[in-house]
Design a protein around this ligand. Sequence first.
Ligand code: ADP
Length: 509
Amino acid sequence: MLPFHPSIRQKITLGYYAIVAIIIGISVFTFLELRYVERKIAFGEIISEFLNTTLEIRRFEKNYFLYGKVSDYQETLRYVESAGELLGSNSRAFTTIATPQQISLVRENLPKYRKLLEEYSGLEEEGSRKVLIEGKIRKTGKDITTTAEEISKTERRHLQVILNDSQSVLILSILTLSFLAIVIGQVLSRMVVRPLKQLEQSMEQISSGTFEIIHIHSKDREVISLTKAFNKMLRELDLRQRHLVQTEKLASLGTLLSGVAHELNNPLSNISTSCQILAEEIEENDMEYKKELLRQIEEQTDRARNIVRSLLEFSRDKDFRKEALPLRKTIEETIRFVKGQIPTGVEIRVDISPDIVFYADKQRIQQAFLNLIRNAVEAIPGEGSVFISAQKHRAVDKAEEGEPEIYNYLNYHGKCTLEEDTVDIGIRDTGVGIPRDLLQKIFDPFFTTKDVGKGSGLGLSIVHEIIEEHDGCIAVDSMQGQGTVFLIRLPLPKEMRTMEQREKEETEE
Ligand code: ADP
């Protein structure tokens, strides 16, 4: 059975529904809470109306006692009636706010008040009885208003508590919603953004030339298929680049072959001449001369053999293996390969001390030198020179010395400093130079300014790769119309340095 892979779309939809459900839940809760507050406010209004009615009772009662008007008496009775009706028809509002004692107190006092009032109005004469009843009416009336006030106060307190609670619930809801939104956002971001970020980083690596298969730890269907497609593309790219590198190598081999053919011509014609002379002189008795001719033939054969050997060495597909090599000899051998392609107006000068030994894979480093020398030669339009020089550079001297003074150019493009002793090799030409804005592009694969079919744009990217394989670095500086210089720095292995130092110490002794 195929493993189940959740998809990013499902996760986002799920997150979206989760947030919607939470918002709906909170909205329903807030709505119910509002309804509750609304009901409480309605109760509050009833209580307030009740309090107002009791206050009206007292107002008309007072007027009635003062002026004895029948209308005041009737108004008082009417308000007593309304208060009774309010109490009767809103018992739920009263039972939720007032205590049972308060309710029964009002229930008892209202009819009692009414009765006392009726009794008072029935008494014709002024007298002690009337005064007594008046006092009772006032007291009962006061009890009613006091209770109504107490109930109203309790109701206001209730309302305040409810409002405070609603406020807290609202704040809590906002906080919960924000928290959940952050959590869901984080989870989604971890699930979605992180793999995408990894993909982005991998792409950056790829754009800088590292074709490494990417591994993204994600179970999401989209990321998995994207990674698969990406890796497939990478393999394809890698394959194609290998093909192109191989093509570039073949092109170098072509250069080399023509150089070698040219080079082989000399010893072969020397051998041929020596053979001809020998054939003519064979009858003569001058043995010394004949020996000399044979020695020359052997020497020229050796020369031809060496040329063929270096060609074989260059073209064989070998594993990368570094060895101690004499720098000057290696460079001279490389120049021999391109000799056939050097126009007559171009001169190659080598200024390298014969005792500089460096550590490299011969075939690879020769390919790098070959590409650089070929580029330098091709950059010279008519007459000009290519200077190749080298010097050792001690890490300890750097601070005092600054940059090496192999060349006059100062602004090398690209940082090329190593924290150890190095061999610095410079290849300078008096060619057309490279415009400043192109300098940063020349090491990019497939960057070329040459015509179609003439340049693949892979030469310098291969040089860069080879120098990196050797833990070295390469920098370039150029002035348009004046020339270009490449600086290659290769680290000197420790054991070689100590060996040299020892030799130096021994000679000093
Ligand atoms: P290609 O030689 O196939 O074009 P390279 O990678 O070797 O590819 O070089 C890339 C580009 O860099 C060249 O097309 C050329 O414009 C420029 N270049 C390289 N070396 C030199 C040089 N010594 N002088 C001037 N331009 C150079």
